[in-house]
Design a protein around this ligand. Structure first.
Ligand code: URA
Length: 202
């Protein structure tokens, strides 16, 4: 069995915090096990909790479009997960102690996947890696490093649905991700809206 599947079978038993009591189940994450890029959100919403799959509601549909514009999809070459694996009641922001309880699960996922790049979607994901003071509007688009991984903070797709004017900013961030993926993982990575540049050929 793949180590991620073994980890999943452990994480679905988790009762470390109270979130599991009100949730239908654990939303572990999903994607290609060989992915070198991870998209990290906040926590499951209603639809995710119903289907026990990450990012399958309205924000998830936008995330799928964003990934597809970048040349990624979760069946083939990307992994999608959340900071907390159980739905917070009424979709409230997960509390610091809930994030802490879930942190070992996230750390284990990343240890197995060892992605080159993590795209941090929105405040909860950003603050989990960069600290509680980080603000998406200030830090988006700037590379950070965590162990061997490159982190790109950007807007959460739910925020983009509420505030479509931010989509242009998010796309600038995501183009940097595509460029870095070409440097770190695959120089020929195709993206329908961000073709490989031949600038360097002079
Ligand atoms: N929002 C998130 O942060 N994660 C999901 O899985 C769905 C919505």
């Amino acid at each position: 069995m793949h180590p991620l599947k073994i980890l999943e079978s452990e994480v679905v038993q988790c009762r470390r915090c109270a979130l599991r009591q009100n949730a239908h189940g654990v939303v572990f994450g999903e994607g290609a096990e060989s992915s070198r890029i991870v998209f990290c959100g906040e926590g499951p919403g209603a639809e995710e909790d119903r289907l026990l799959r990450p990012f399958v509601g309205p924000a998830g549909q936008l995330l799928d479009k964003m990934m597809s514009a970048m040349g990624f999809d979760r069946q083939r070459n990307a992994y999608v997960l959340n900071v907390v694996k159980c739905r917070p009641p009424s979709n409230r922001v997960p509390l610091p102690e809930e994030r802490e309880s879930c942190r070992p699960h996230l750390a284990s996922q990343l240890e197995i996947l060892r992605p080159a790049i993590i795209v941090l979607l929105g405040s909860t994901a950003i603050q989990s890696f960069l600290g509680p003071e980080a603000r998406v509007t200030r830090v988006h688009g700037q590379w950070h490093q965590y162990q061997t991984m490159w982190l790109m903070p950007t807007f959460h797709p739910a925020a983009l649905l509420r505030n479509p004017a931010w989509k242009v900013l998010a796309w600038e961030d995501l183009k940097k991700v595509i460029d870095q993926y070409r440097v770190l993982v695959d120089p020929n990575h195709p993206s329908p809206y961000h073709p490989i540049s031949d600038d360097h050929l002079g």
